[in-house]
Design a protein around this ligand. Structure first.
Ligand code: FUB
Length: 357
């Protein structure tokens, strides 16, 4: 070392000492890397329903909290009490976490478990749709309104008439008509709502009939004021390539929860979670009412038990919003993510693996 290079070496040593320590890249338990990183880390979020309003992206997620309930098959450990909206100006840009948009205490009919919500816009009003348990322990679907996409929202005093189960997803078609898709088995209670009334003593998980058609998600057109169903909910039929309904025992494909609808090149894409097999699957149809022919998987299993998503077009690209348990390693504490989604020339969706080698 020359005499003149000594100060330079000291400077380099100083710079190295003050540089932030290099964090190791997060890895999944099986050693693979994550395809994308959590959008926010200051709160836990899941079930991201994304919408573009006035060119900006808004995400309506569940707001996960660390409650005391032990994990069970019916999701008693998902004890969410309020909603917070996220927003972004551009893909990859800053994500803003907005203040509480609606708290369970502000919903006269609801007692607990503010699960996966969705939102819609019509004639100057934003609508927040959400499932929660009523005083009898039955899931119902409520609606709340605001003049701002980020709330605060004011809840209607009663749930939507004739609503039951969970995971509302509201799709507005190009002709302006809106439809709500909803439902979930196991903790989502579809199996306790097969007779038109909630049956607290009904089957615990599904129909327990593997050779019979699986329970169907539901669809109803929304009334002009977006606060009620325009007709009683109908079954959303999901069929195989031969037109036969998927069976209850076909757990790699049958509907479990997390309905979503989007339209691509004039076709209707209905997508859902297969729950206990942890896939996001989809079918294509020619009407918002279906039937939808099963086409394949959108997303392979994430780290965590649940998988729930939305699909939107934003700034000329299609995006999948999903969630995993990267930050906490716990089923009940999830974080939302986004990644680009691609179509094949025949209109099918390229399957995404959320973990890469
Ligand atoms: O977040 C609670 C429930 O877990 C949702 O309603 C389901 O879709 C599943 O993600």
């Amino acid at each position: 070392m020359t005499r003149r290079s000594a100060p330079l070496a000291a400077l380099l040593l100083l710079a190295a000492a003050s540089a932030p320590a290099q964090q190791p890249e997060p890895r999944a338990p099986d050693g693979r890397r994550y395809l994308s990183q959590p959008l926010v880390s200051e709160i836990y979020t899941a079930d991201p329903s994304a919408h573009v309003f006035n060119g900006k992206l808004y995400i309506y997620p569940s707001h996960d909290i660390d409650g005391p309930a032990p994990e069970d098959d019916l999701g008693g450990h998902f004890e969410m009490r309020d909603y917070r909206v996220l927003s972004m100006d551009s893909p990859g840009g800053k994500v803003t976490v907005h203040p509480v948009a609606l708290d369970v205490k502000q919903v006269p009919w609801a007692t607990k478990q503010m699960w996966a919500p969705d939102a819609a816009y019509k004639d100057g009003t934003y609508f927040l749709y959400f499932p929660a348990k009523d005083k009898a322990g039955a899931f119902r679907i409520g609606v709340a309104t605001s003049k701002s996409p980020t709330g605060p929202f004011t809840a209607e005093p009663q749930p939507i008439r004739g609503s039951f189960s969970i995971d509302p997803a509201v799709f507005t078609d190009t002709d302006g008509k809106s439809y709500m898709y909803f439902g979930g088995i196991w903790g989502g209670q579809l199996q306790r709502n097969t007779t038109g009334r909630y049956d607290a003593n009904g089957s615990k998980t599904d129909l327990n009939a593997p050779d019979k058609p699986a329970l169907s998600p539901k669809v109803a057109m929304m009334s002009a004021d977006m606060k009620q169903f325009a007709h009683p909910p109908r079954d959303v039929r999901i069929v195989d390539e031969a037109g036969k309904p998927l069976l209850g025992g076909d757990t790699d494909r049958r509907f479990f929860e997390a309905a979503w609808m989007h339209k691509y090149k004039g076709k209707y894409y209905f997508s859902w979670s297969t729950g206990d097999t942890h896939y996001l699957a989809y079918g294509i149809g020619t009407s918002p009412y279906g039937p939808f022919t099963y086409k394949g998987r959108i997303l392979e299993p994430v780290v965590g038990w649940t998988t729930h998503h939305s699909i939107v077009e934003w700034q000329g690209k299609w995006w999948l919003f999903y969630a995993d348990s990267q930050l906490s390693g716990q089923t009940r504490l999830r974080n939302v993510k986004m990644t680009e989604l691609h179509y094949n020339p025949d209109g099918t969706i390229r399957t995404i693996d959320p973990l890469v080698k």
